[in-house]
Design a protein around this ligand. Sequence first.
Ligand code: FAD
Ligand code: SF4
Length: 339
Amino acid sequence: MNNIRYTKAQDASQAISQIKGSMGNKFIAGGTNIIDLLKYFITTADTLVDINQISEHHAIQQTEGGGVFLGALVTNADTAYHPLIEKRYPLLSKAILAGASPQIRNMATNGGNLLQRTRCYYFYDINTPCNKREPGSGCSAIGGYNRIMAILGTSEVCIAVFPSDMCVALAALEVVVHISGPDGNRTLPFADFHRLPGNTPHIDNNLQPGELITGIALPAKGFEKNYSYLKLRDRNSYAFALVSVATGLELEGDSIKDARIALGGVAHKPWRVKGAEEYLTGKSATRENFATAADIILKGAVPYEYNSFKIGLAKKAIIRNCMMALDPQSQLPGAHPSL
Ligand SMILES: Cc1cc2nc3c(=O)[nH]c(=O)nc-3n(C[C@H](O)[C@H](O)[C@H](O)COP(=O)(O)OP(=O)(O)OC[C@H]3O[C@@H](n4cnc5c(N)ncnc54)[C@H](O)[C@@H]3O)c2cc1C
Ligand code: SF4
């Protein structure tokens, strides 16, 4: 048995000073991922620093620039059902509600969602080699059962996917992550937050040791008129995405003024290809143009033995989701858009 110390931080500076001193010290927020990782011996902790008492990170507020700031400790449920988010960022609300279960969303926090770890089967099985869990030990997924693994941005040492739904919408919305650490405060554009596996698959993101996420800044533009989140999975609830797509469109008549398309379930980070969005800009919002954009997004996709189906599935999902974004009402329960 590993003994773990437990301490509560009352504010951000206390949390940052309590985490210092050992790489084995870890923050705990909702605990829905870190506790599993500890129980399965995938990670260890000397001290767990409970950050739930930091009151200033529990708010959702409008910002001066017309955007909204999401506190890192607001739960996924409170975020999804907040009137400002439902009204101005329905894409985010929908993506969050596609994830996990109501019980988990009531505990899971926004900061923790960004830092959840992969659901690769071998990462969770400490009897198998895994470069993410134990660098240099090998990757059991590459020659193993790799049905849920990545098709884009993989490396020779890891083909895991990042499992979040919320983060796919955050990528499409181009949010900015706010961070506090021993060296002060800083911000990271969301596109630079998560990493591809490369030769360092054990490092999921660009948060430095000891840094605390304080919140997420949503820009003024929320794509509230034309948006859609589509999650394709083995079960219709309580399952991680095989492929998911977040789409936000800004239209002028039939013409696309701005487009955002982000994919989940296909890479080690939410996947966006600016070239596809630029291709759509100024074009008509047609199935044919969305299909070409899908081809641009999926260019270079590499299948493994059991996951080649993801390439075709992702193409259909992108086209279908962009079509659904033209008519968000079609996404209401019971509606069956003719796609
Ligand atoms: C059965 C199950 C099904 C799930 N299904 C889905 C799904 O379909 N879609 C989906 O998107 N997610 C899913 N999840 C994942 C869930 O969304 C995450 O576990 C949750 O968002 C993590 O948030 P948390 O607050 O509980 O994090 P914790 O478990 O408390 O922490 C996770 C990590 O983040 C660190 N951390 C937490 N907050 C901060 C902070 N503010 N600053 C710095 N570090 C911090 C912790 O140290 C830890 O390393 C599922 C989880 C479970 C258990
Ligand atoms: S894909 Fe990545 S997480 Fe999965 S076994 Fe290979 S190295 Fe580990």
